[in-house]
Design a protein around this ligand. Sequence first.
Ligand code: PCA
Length: 334
Amino acid sequence: MTTRLKPLAHLGMTAAMGLGVMTLSAGVQAATEWDMPTPYGDPTFHTVNIREFADDVREATDGELDITVHSNGSLIGHAEIKNSVRRGIVPIGELIMSRLANENPIFEVDSVPYLAASYDEAQALWDASREVIAEELAEQQLRLLFAVPWPPQGIYTQEALEGPDDLKNLSMRAYNAASERLAQLTGAVPTQVEVPDIPTAFSTGRVDAMITSPATGADTKAWDYLNHFNHAQLWLPKNMVIVSEQAFSRLDEATQQALLDAATEAETRGWDMSRQETDDALAVLEENGIEVTEPTPELAELLQQVGETMTEEWVGRAGEQGQTILDAYENVRD
Ligand code: PCA
């Protein structure tokens, strides 16, 4: 975090000259500059959304809070973003919520297969889980600003997926514990690969299939390595933007409010962008020769079974907090 001196716009030249050095230094304001890392690249709608968020904040605060987005893991790698915000290395950052599953299973409630597999269900699950998740982050002096889902997750392969055995022994790119577990339970061999490393992972033969969204498939030009996308709509994982409570508390009240207002807007806009992105990215995949299909009944059965197993496993791990979320989710859905 750095600060930069910005002359007050209303302080005219003559006034400034007449007032002399002392008053001139009192008549400058420190604008706050924040660096904001994200693991995802520039074409990703999430990155477009957070850049718009930064623009909104800049505009609403008349440049007093100036957020610079660093995309593609260029400033800080995905694995380090949360702790970097926590330790005050950067004041704000974006990451996928389910990456924190090893800290607490409630962070991966959005990655349980078929628990919430449409936008409406994902919204209901978010309404049901937001408070518990925000509280958990608050214990680490982290403030949750907003969260936006990726389009529904599916499976990219070189050969068409027909039956339950077709995933066996494939080297499957995964990005969180749930995608890893799903790969295992379908007989594939999971390997964690961050989005910026996807093209290399395929070109070097490290992986030959992947679990992700139409969006990430389109952003990483999946057609260079893969031929099929199975639009299985397993879950809609969310990215979240977190700010360190300490950095937040250093802002004046009006700036804090401007940040919170821009966050509310970014969340609404992001959900709309995500829905639109699902359709747009599926069309881009098809235009580039990827065959988009839905699971065959045999594959659907396997994925449903895997979903049941993973739901049981999650409920077992997530304990009371998990049950609170599930109860609230049932209520919102009714
Ligand atoms: N894209 C990110 C997370 C989920 C998604 O759709 C990824 O593949 O890592």
